[in-house]
Design a protein around this ligand. Structure first.
Ligand SMILES: Nc1nc2c(ncn2[C@@H]2O[C@H](COP(=O)(O)OP(=O)(O)OP(=O)(O)O)[C@@H](O)[C@H]2O)c(=O)[nH]1
Ligand SMILES: [Mg+2]
Length: 451
């Protein structure tokens, strides 16, 4: 299909939405049918009303991205729908943007996929870190454009080349300087976060991260798994704790990271919810958000959440995108979670498991909404976390020993605690590092023995 479709609500809401928020979405594909679903969802997430759609199947036109006839069609559609923006789901070059803009009515903005995503992130960025990441991505988007303009202006000695305004090398230098300043600041934030993760591990917590495509249901699942009780007062508190992870049927609801304590049988788990993945992002955009993804890359276990109510092919694409994002840097084991199973017809789950066994081996099926399968997921998390060690310590009965026993209760799982005249025996399981610390604490106590 290469024709254009006009939005159904072109007239109905003309008064309520200002022109600059009314958008036509467009996409070109080399072959097959263009799917405008995701770009429309992104447009909605950025606050646009999609008033028209247009797509074309053909090879890329160097000057206009689309064929010239299609650009004329685009102009007509923009006029008819009184749109103030054209959002193009392709990697549109600076000159193509300029050329398309030249064909459109005065003042109509041409926005590509990355600029749109940056716009969403900019609106959602409410922490220093998120703001810095957005700024970094914007600067990295601008840099090659500034370089191109500077070198063209120099070569042609035409500073106002193609009406792009005056550019000299100082603009480029300035962007590079800002990039390096922001990088430094982000790096120091990342170091503090790493130190906090280590502190949490030392306190006996296992760190589990929720990852997955945007809108898969990560935040909903996070709330489902989270304990009613807050993270204990002794654990270091930080603003990322306890804040509610929002869910909305919208792409990129979550931008910053949220950490909450999960309700498990044995292990003390801290769950972190973070930004969703999305397809077709250029590396500089992914890199700008790298430190947000550190909580995923440096976790002890990753739960990769997939919306199982989508068609198999879409699930496959999203799994592949998620794997690409994860496997470059990820160090932790990954458990795939098929979410939203409440929306599946009987038999559908088994079919999808079979069809996707290559990309999603042995997934856990849950509904974050109804809670179905969540108990199994908890068991699976405990089974997949790195093994605990068993230890048995025999301690003298003293105040110091009693405080060690309570420390062991806090940091591990005590299977048995028994008292005999002047001795207490604790049988417990904990992370290897915790067992090692318990041993050395025990050795520091008066006449103690370990078996
Ligand atoms: N039917 C159904 N809907 C669900 C389920 N889990 C989540 N949803 C819905 O899916 C939408 C997205 O859920 P979120 O939890 O915000 O998804 P997310 O992965 O955190 O999304 P972003 O933060 O935007 O990347 C919301 O409308 C949820 O109510 C589920 O198990 N079943
Ligand atoms: Mg979320």
């Amino acid at each position: 299909m290469t024709g254009s479709v006009e939005g159904a609500n072109a007239d109905s809401s003309a008064e309520s939405v200002p022109r600059e928020r009314r958008a036509v979405v467009a996409k070109r594909v080399d072959s097959g049918d263009a799917d405008l679903t995701e770009i429309s969802q992104l447009a909605a997430a950025a606050g646009y009303e999609v008033v028209g759609e247009l797509s074309q199947t053909r090879t890329e036109d160097a000057a206009f991205m689309f064929g010239e006839g299609k650009v004329a069609e685009l102009r007509d559609l923009v006029r008819r729908t009184d749109a103030g923006a054209v959002i193009i789901d392709n990697d549109v070059g600076p000159y193509q943007t300029f050329n398309i803009g030249g064909e459109l009515p005065e003042g109509v903005e041409v926005i590509d996929r990355f600029t749109l995503i940056l716009e969403i992130f900019g609106q959602r960025a409410n922490t220093r870190k998120a703001q810095l990441q957005v700024e970094l991505a914007e600067l990295r988007y601008e840099l090659p454009r500034a370089e191109a303009k500077a070198s063209l202006a120099k070569r042609d000695e035409r500073p106002g080349f193609m009406g792009l305004g005056e550019y000299d090398e100082s603009v480029e230098r300035d962007i590079k300087r800002q990039i390096s300043e922001i990088r430094d600041e982000l790096e120091s934030i990342a170091e503090k976060e790493e130190a906090r993760r280590e502190q949490r591990r030392d306190s006996g917590f296992d760190l589990v991260a929720l990852a997955g495509y945007t809108n898969a249901g990560k935040s909903t699942l996070m709330r489902r798994l989270a304990a009613e009780i807050d993270v204990d007062e002794n654990a270091d508190r930080h603003p990322d704790l306890d804040t509610t992870a929002e869910s909305q049927d919208m792409l990129f609801t979550t931008l910053g990271t949220t950490t909450r304590r999960a309700e498990m049988k044995k292990r003390d788990v801290l769950l972190t919810d973070t930004v969703g993945f999305i397809a077709d992002l250029p590396h500089w955009l992914v890199e700008s958000f790298e430190s947000t993804l550190d909580s995923v890359y440096r976790a002890d276990l990753v739960l990769l959440v997939v919306d199982a109510s989508e068609p198999v092919e879409s699930m496959r694409e999203k799994l592949v995108t998620s794997h690409d994002t994860l496997y470059e840097r990820n160090e932790a084991p990954v458990v795939t979670v098929f979410n939203k199973v409440d929306r599946l017809a009987p038999g559908e789950l088994a079919d999808k498991r079979g069809a996707l066994s290559g990309v999603a081996p042995d997934p856990v099926a849950v509904s974050a909404k109804t809670g179905a399968g969540v108990a199994e997921l908890r068991d699976r998390v405990e089974a997949e976390l790195p093994d605990w060690e068993r230890e048995r310590l025999v301690l003298p009965v003293s105040d110091e020993a009693m405080s060690l026993v309570s420390w062991i209760h806090d940091h591990g799982h005590v299977d048995e605690e028994s008292y005999a005249s002047d001795q207490v025996t604790v049988d417990f399981e904990a992370k290897p590092s915790i067992v090692a610390r318990a041993r050395s604490k025990a050795a520091a106590l008066a006449p103690a023995e370990s078996t």
